[in-house]
Design a protein around this ligand. Sequence first.
Ligand code: ATP
Ligand code: MG
Length: 552
Amino acid sequence: MEKTYESNFISNEIETDLKEGKYKEVVTRFPPEPNGYLHIGHLRAISLNFEMAKIYNGKTNLRFDDTNPTKEDIEYVNAIKEDIEWLGYKWENLYWASSYFDELYERAVLLIRKGLAYVDDQNAEEISRTRGTLTEPGIESPYRNRSIEENLDLFERMKNKEFPEGSKVLRAKIDMKSPNINLRDPVLYRITYAKHHNTGDKWCIYPMYDYAHPISDAIEGITHSLCSLEFEDHRPLYDWFVRECEMNNSPRQIEFGKLLLSNTILSKRNLRKLVEDKIVKGWDDPRLATFCGLRRRGFTSDALKEFVFDTSVSKSNGTVDYRQLEYYIRDHLKLTTPRTMAVVNPLKVVITNYPEGKVEYLEEPINKEVEDMGIRKIPFSREIYIEREDFMENPIPKYYRLYPGNEVRLFYAYFIKCTDVIKNEDGSIKEIHATYDPKTKSGTGFKGRKVKGTIHWVDASHNMPCEMRLYDHLTIENDETKDLPVFDKLNPKSLEVYQGYIEEALKEVKPYDRFQFTRNGYFMVDPKDTDDDKIVFNRIVPLKSSFKINKK
Ligand code: ATP
Ligand code: MG
């Protein structure tokens, strides 16, 4: 069986509903507002809606909640569709809340006829001021007791563009003293003179989310409307609208805790600021936990899904450690990627006793844990590159890598010993001179002496130069409850760029190819900035982490 969620409180509720015959089948929906890019937090909402339907042989719609024309854009619609497809989910129907504008209007007229809605002339500030608080009841609007006829007339004229923006709203007439503030005569419609991508200039009144959402769910025959926890207090209102609008279907809203990730920024408001202020290079910057960012960084959709299935679904919001996500991607790439060597930050080593002009081809398995990936040939000659940090002129205690007089093993090749340090005029290190010992060739079973350090390398005359982009956490600390600027908490080292080298065998790499580079981590060829003249690698994740999790 394909991996999915284990049973949780939502699947339990759905099962009970089916058993008791409350619903005959399961129909869910994912209802994004096209006003931004989706991110890893949305993965919980997307996957719960799609997976719960899948488990019970039901269906899932994708519905764009496009009721706020001033904030929405087709760019976001396309990005959202692409992301959901990338995750491997197929929606049954693609719907738009705006397709229901006529019916939403008719149902609002019904509420007015039943004496359950009225036109209020108070402005937004007055409405919010008279709503009361958790400890104080709200104050009824002076327009609350308008006659049904007058309300019908005014609402129609609102629709007919007779009133300026902000001058009137339609409100439900429920209870200004309700302990639940959402029930204190919520606004159903506001006047906005904005062109809508779907309905053009037809409407100047637009429904509010709290009204449009339950009615849209009911129109589509949604059975289980799964949404995040902040809507829990809205549920009585959801049910009130479905009941009083006399809908044929009664969907059931079930809330779950939001998924948040440590060391990153997920709130739309703050993400937008990062992009607009050019602190990152766009919505798909590989440092962002947007789907397009994660995709470009090299994460696979399967790893993301496994990750989210194993996070616990509960009635409380939870921040998951970023390292947990990294664990899943490593686990996924371990047996699926070829292994090669690459040097990120190169330092040249000249092996002075190695014959000039000679080249050896060393043979190694492409991935020693996966035999059928075959073998690769690694050229080795007199000059190689090693990692700058694998050499120290004045070694600190317990430094076992290369330093003057010390011997290390080169992966798959020989022992080399540093004999000289050659400097530039400014005193910086230009290159290292070393000697090798032919007896120590890898695979020959040499047992003469031991060395403590083994380092990776790339041949200096047989290789491909490339750009290496190393990413680290976007934020040192995050508190999503706060507005930006939280820029003092951004990690100044979230991106480091190097000009490095990869093995010659990788000459033909293509965008999205992934590799494990010895000791350096998992990397993917960047799909956007790689071209005929330049290969760019994104580091998906380093190899090691001290973080252990118990995988289910
Ligand atoms: P906004 O603040 O603009 O409303 P949003 O992130 O809620 O942003 P929506 O397009 O409304 O964006 O979200 C679509 C769905 O995703 C909603 O049903 C919401 O419940 C759910 N959702 C959003 N963020 C998370 C999250 N971090 N974890 C789980 N579900 C989420
Ligand atoms: Mg929302």
